[in-house]
Design a protein around this ligand. Structure first.
Ligand code: GLA
Length: 376
């Protein structure tokens, strides 16, 4: 059933409109966002759709194709609504907290963004509802302000200490482009990213590995980065350049912290190098940067799991130009840059490696760069 069908069935009337917001794949730049560095995501064609209609002031109800019961709430404080509806209540809270007059609304949600796979299903939910409420209420919220409002819903209302990558991707990405975002200034550059024209493709391999310890480990990485920045006397690790790295590492006593810093500093540079190569039309040459990013996440940031490492190794052995885990880590998806003509062979190689390791089979598909959040 579509979001519009659920809306009609649940509320007995037509929605005022449909709004969509996508999941994302981050091409490169992992855990750099909360270090005020660089990221380069593109939006997936998979998206969350919110069918939305008006309700009395101060009343919100949300239902979805993946939950049995609707959830109703009024004006709430952070954390009051829990579970998936908390992301929706968080958006209402964040807009109101920023001084906007949020209209009451009835909302029905449907989504084909895989849940819990590191493809930002929660940001897609937040961004679809945010966009809908802004349009429905005629609120004057410029596009560049929206990701931070959605991020506050997640940070303050839901209580997840994430950066601004996912919401920026869901809201600001454009079809056929990768979004080069400076997470300090929120400046963006839309980088042409039409791989099909070059006979290339991004193969996404969902490891289907159960996410474990995600929240605690994510928070621990963030804390370690912030402590390191404090010790080094910089506002954020973004301010340490590759040229400063050796000197910075020498000032840190803790080996784990040194490796966390090395990942962030080298990863920021890899994003810059990737952008330069894409701008120069040298797409194949980004492969080694992707693979180096994976090694850095595996060895220095320590956020990979055997399932994603095997996906990277088997894709590379099958001829991929480069491959890396994408997203927060501890499971989730791998992306591989491949010749389109070799897609089937690459998938077969990864599946065979998984079978041999007796892992749950992966799910693979070719990802293209879709549009950001929009009214349909
Ligand atoms: C998750 C977070 C993002 C970002 C990535 C890692 O997706 O939500 O803010 O930190 O992990 O790059």
């Amino acid at each position: 059933m579509s979001a519009a069908d659920v809306f009609r069935q649940r509320y007995g009337t037509e929605p005022a409109g449909l709004w969509a917001a996508p999941g994302r794949v981050n091409l490169i730049g992992e855990h750099t966002d909360y270090n005020e560095g660089y990221v380069l995501p593109f939006a997936l064609p998979q998206r969350t759709i919110a069918a939305v209609g008006p309700a009395p002031a101060g009343e919100w109800t949300v239902c979805s194709t993946f939950a049995d019961e609707p959830v109703s709430f009024g004006v709430t404080e952070p954390g009051e609504v829990s579970g998936w509806a908390g992301y929706v209540a968080g958006i209402v809270w964040s807009l109101r907290d920023a001084g906007f007059e949020v209209p009451g609304a009835r909302i029905a949600i449907d989504s084909d963004v895989p849940l819990g796979s590191g493809l930002s299903s929660s940001a897609a939910l937040e961004s679809s509802v945010l966009t809908a409420l802004i349009d429905l209420g005629g609120l004057d919220v410029p596009l560049e302000r929206r990701p931070a409002l959605a991020q506050r819903a997640e940070n303050v209302y839901v209580g997840a200490p994430t950066g601004i990558l996912d919401q920026s991707a869901s809201i600001r990405c454009q079809e056929g482009r990768a979004l080069f975002l400076d997470c300090r200034t929120y400046e963006i550059d839309q980088i042409p990213f039409d791989l099909a024209a070059e006979g290339l493709a991004i193969l996404v391999i969902n490891s289907n590995a159960p996410h474990q310890h995600v929240d605690g480990e994510y928070g621990a990485r963030r804390k370690s980065c912030e402590e390191a920045a404090h010790i080094l006397g910089v506002p954020a690790l973004r301010d340490v350049t590759p040229d400063d790295l050796a000197e910075a590492l020498a000032k840190l006593d803790d080996d784990v912290m040194r490796r966390r810093v090395r990942h962030i500093v080298t990863e920021d540079q890899r994003v810059l190098d990737t952008v330069e190569l894409l701008r120069a039309g040298r797409t194949r040459d980004i492969g080694p940067l992707l693979t180096a990013s994976h090694a850095s996440m595996r060895d220095d940031f320590e956020i990979t799991v055997p399932q994603v490492d095997i996906a990277v190794e088997s894709a590379l052995a099958a001829g991929a130009y480069g491959a890396r885990m994408t997203g927060g880590g501890f499971g989730g998806c791998v992306l591989a840059l491949i010749d389109t003509a070799r897609a089937d062979e690459t998938v077969a190689a990864v599946e065979a490696a998984y079978a041999e390791a007796t892992f749950t089979a992966p799910t693979c598909w070719i990802a293209t760069a879709g549009p950001g959040a929009t009214r349909l």
